[in-house]
Design a protein around this ligand. Structure first.
Ligand code: FAD
Length: 423
């Protein structure tokens, strides 16, 4: 009998395993793909590794602003991929060693929950006093005409496949202008693709502050990325993504900045399309229904200790649908293990930072002006500064066409709500 059985070896699962193992609990961790989960293998780490190469390349080609000339700078995508794979292998190896050092038993295979205490992997049944669900999340695949065929044929990619794409597509359509879509748009634009982002909302960057979203939009457009905002993708055919603007759909047009609606918006030709409209908690197909845990709006309901509606079952990370970020998963894992150990600790969600690692980078924490307004929170001020406010030695002069853009916005709202800004 294990003290704790953890399903999923991503940030939530491996952090919980390490902490619980370190505290002397007898821990079993079950992972069906690779230790490190989405974050290390097909999310945060690989995407940031690609983006770092793109950033260095962008500096090289715009270096003359600083008096640094780089002749014939080029980005070798295949080399970038190899380097990315090495980084991933190193970090996954680190997780493996760390689990071993903390005496965690790791079983590779798909876990199926039989009851509140029993989990099956293949023919083997494992029993634990407590279970922790850390099964993460999967991409949302909407019912769009032709999408399933596109995914099968490899014309449409999810974030998993695009991080391993060997050739740079001449033309790439990104469906979804949220964080993952923007990061991939930014990398592939730097690497030479002609990128078009199609987004249903009238703004990019999801919930980020509206002013910052506008700054990002301008900078991406300068980079050559095209945007079709306020538009719905209605169909996918090999080589084509079809979309309707709200006007074509006879819906009221959102307030859109020019020139985001091209003359012929209904059909975009491309070699590859990335589907990046969001992720949803992974709650089905592994026997969760045999536990009786409550699922609310597609996610496992948890309290401030990570405890589900069943007293011996915890859920941490993306699967609880709260903050789908690796550092949130780490902290939730820490809190849940502390609860198991009888230590006082609670999860707070009011100041979780998030970053969009594009060029320019955006970092946010706390409320935005819009969310403060929506929640009726009294907020003090919102100020956006232009590039002029940053020391000129780091960004060049404001008249430099190629200067690296910078903006900072502060929205300070009530004493417990902090700031949102860009670094
Ligand atoms: P996951 O990392 O999804 O791990 C869940 C694990 O459970 C998986 O390994 C899966 O194989 C395993 N599993 C599921 N079901 C079973 C089963 N039945 N049996 C056995 N194993 C199972 N977050 C950030 O904070 N910063 C970033 O920069 C960032 N960038 C991202 C970029 C991309 C492209 C993507 C897709 C995500 C990014 N994220 C980022 C989000 C981050 O990856 C997730 O928030 C984080 O991985 C969640 O950790 P987790 O442990 O909940 O789940």
């Amino acid at each position: 009998m294990y003290d704790l059985i953890i399903i999923g070896g991503g940030p939530g699962g491996y952090m919980a395993a390490e902490r619980a193992g370190h505290a002397g609990l007898n821990v079993l961790l079950i992972e069906k793909r690779a230790l490190g989960g989405v974050c290390l293998n097909e999310g945060c780490i690989p995407s940031k590794t690609l983006l770092n190469s793109a950033k260095i390349y962008d500096y090289a080609i715009h270096g003359s602003v600083y008096g640094v000339s780089v002749e014939n700078a080029s980005l070798d995508h295949k080399f970038v991929l190899q380097r990315k794979n090495k980084v991933v292998d190193t970090l996954v190896g680190g997780v493996k060693s760390m689990l071993k050092a903390n005496k965690v038993t790791v079983v590779y295979g798909e876990a199926f929950i039989l009851s509140k205490t029993d989990v099956k992997v293949g023919d083997e049944v494992y029993s634990g006093n407590r279970l922790m669900i850390a099964s993460g999340s999967v991409p949302v695949i909407p019912p769009i005409d032709g999408l399933d065929e596109g995914l099968k044929s490899g014309f449409v990619l999810t974030s998993r496949e695009i991080l391993d794409l060997e050739e740079i597509p001449e033309k790439l359509v990104v469906i979804g202008g949220g964080v993952i879509g923007l990061e991939m748009a930014s990398y592939y634009a730097s690497a030479g693709s002609k990128v078009t982002v199609i987004e249903m909302l009238p703004k990019i960057g999801g919930t980020i502050d509206e002013e910052i979203s506008k700054i990002l939009l301008k900078n991406y457009q300068k980079k050559g990325i095209e945007f079709i905002l306020g538009a719905r993708v209605t169909g996918v055919r090999q080589g084509t993504v079809l979309c309707l603007t709200r006007e074509q759909n006879n819906e009221p047009s959102p307030a859109l900045p020019d020139p985001v609606l091209p003359a012929e918006p209904s059909c975009v030709l491309c070699e590859k399309a990335l589907l990046a409209i969001g992720r949803k908690p992974a709650v089905s197909g592994f026997g969760l229904e045999n536990t009786g845990v409550v699922i609310e709006r597609g996610a496992i309901r948890t309290d401030q200790h990570g405890l589900t509606s069943v007293p011996n079952i915890y859920a941490v990370g993306d699967v609880n649908g709260k903050y789908m970020l690796a550092h949130a998963a780490y902290r939730e894992a820490e809190v849940a293990v502390n609860h198991i150990l009888g230590k006082r600790d609670v999860m707070r969600y009011d100041a979780i930072p998030s970053v969009i690692y594009t060029s320019p980078e955006v970092a946010c924490v706390g409320e935005t002006e819009e969310s403060a307004k929506a929640r009726g929170i009294d907020y003090a001020s919102v100020t956006a500064f232009s590039a002029r406010k940053r020391p000129l030695y780091t960004i060049g002069t404001e008249t430099d066409a190629q200067s690296i853009p910078f903006a900072f916005a502060v929205s300070s709202v009530s004493p417990t709500h902090a700031t949102s800004g860009d670094v």
